[in-house]
Design a protein around this ligand. Structure first.
Ligand code: GLU
Length: 309
């Protein structure tokens, strides 16, 4: 098995040399100012080691990757009842599409497209003020990463709130179907804030460990979710974690992952590793261009795949 201490720096150097970096998301003004030349990667192995390369200690906006953590919390709160309000199928449409919602009576296809994630956030808002719900999500992420320095980037949240017309439309639409129990501005206030959580690759890889460990924080550590729930979250990441590019990601990389428009991807190799990669330029599906390429190369080099014998 190649040594990650050699593989990761070589990968980061190769990515630093590339010019085809994709386009930085511009629909959230605060994200458009990020330097597209950044590239970082961190691998948290189930034996406890964390190996990093490139800009692995620089914070970025995790955006939709936060939807893994809100889904985990919402399942903890309402269990399988969640699936009455959100589906479990890939959408085959852009992440912010409104068309499908009309046909499917306000029930979003899955918890990772925006509409689905807004419903999940609405679940977390029950019996809470928005501020408390945001605090609960942030504390959960800090607990998973064992790092209390993780914060919400309020400038990013404000920037998205000021321009999030489409998300307001989705939320209002679901409210009209009775699938949003709180006022759209309250649910979206929490949603924009959890999307604006800022983490570096090292912190993000650590926060995904519980999924690599079958629901436990470490080999024999604290149980965060049951083994079955961890497997199901991973199944959703594999089938729905990369917007309309989920099939291609599964085909090329072969591990469950969740991307965000900030250019981050969290990938899980069950029993082996939690991987965070970040490069802000996105491909045509809104996934980190170099992040996807780097994960494909890493998985191939290490022979990591959920389909490997
Ligand atoms: N906060 C972003 C939005 O709602 C998340 C998009 C993403 O990362 O997929 O547009």
């Amino acid at each position: 098995m190649p040594e990650l201490e050699e593989v990761l720096p070589a990968l980061a150097a190769e990515m630093a040399d590339r010019d085809d970096r994709g386009e930085v998301a511009s629909y959230i003004p605060q994200l458009s100012i990020i330097d597209p030349k950044r590239f970082g990667i961190a691998v948290a192995l189930t034996d406890g080691r964390v190996i990093t390369a490139g800009d692995a200690d620089e914070s970025f906006s995790i955006q939709s990757i936060s939807k893994i953590f809100t889904l985990t919390l919402a399942l903890g709160k309402v269990g399988d009842g969640l699936w009455r309000r959100v589906g479990r199928e890939p959408s085959g449409n852009p992440f912010n599409s409104i068309v499908q919602l009309e046909r499917e009576h306000g029930i979003p296809r899955n918890p990772f497209i925006n509409a689905g994630a807004i419903v999940v956030t609405d679940v977390l808002l029950a019996d809470h003020q928005p501020r408390e719900a945001i605090g609960e999500i942030l504390r959960f992420v800090q607990f998973l990463a064992d790092d209390e320095s993780i914060v919400v980037d309020r400038d990013v949240a404000a920037s998205e709130k000021a321009t999030g017309f489409r998300n307001f439309a989705l939320a209002n639409y679901m409210r009209a179907f009775g699938n949003l129990h709180h006022a759209p501005e309250l649910a979206l206030g929490v949603y924009f804030h959890h999307c604006a959580i800022a983490m570096n690759c090292r912190q993000l890889a650590l926060s995904g460990r519980f999924l690599a460990h079958g629901g436990r924080l470490s080999q024999d550590g604290h149980s965060v979710v049951s083994n079955e729930r961890a497997r199901r979250i991973l199944a959703l990441m594999l089938t729905c974690g990369h917007y309309d590019g989920s099939g291609d990601f599964a085909f090329r990389v072969g591990i469950p992952g969740k991307s965000g428009v900030g250019g981050g991807i969290l990938g899980i190799v069950p029993g082996i590793a939690s991987i965070a990669v970040w490069s802000p330029g996105l491909n045509e599906n809104g996934n980190s261009k170099l992040g996807s390429i780097a994960l494909e190369k890493l998985a191939r080099t290490m022979n990591w795949s959920i389909f490997a014998p």
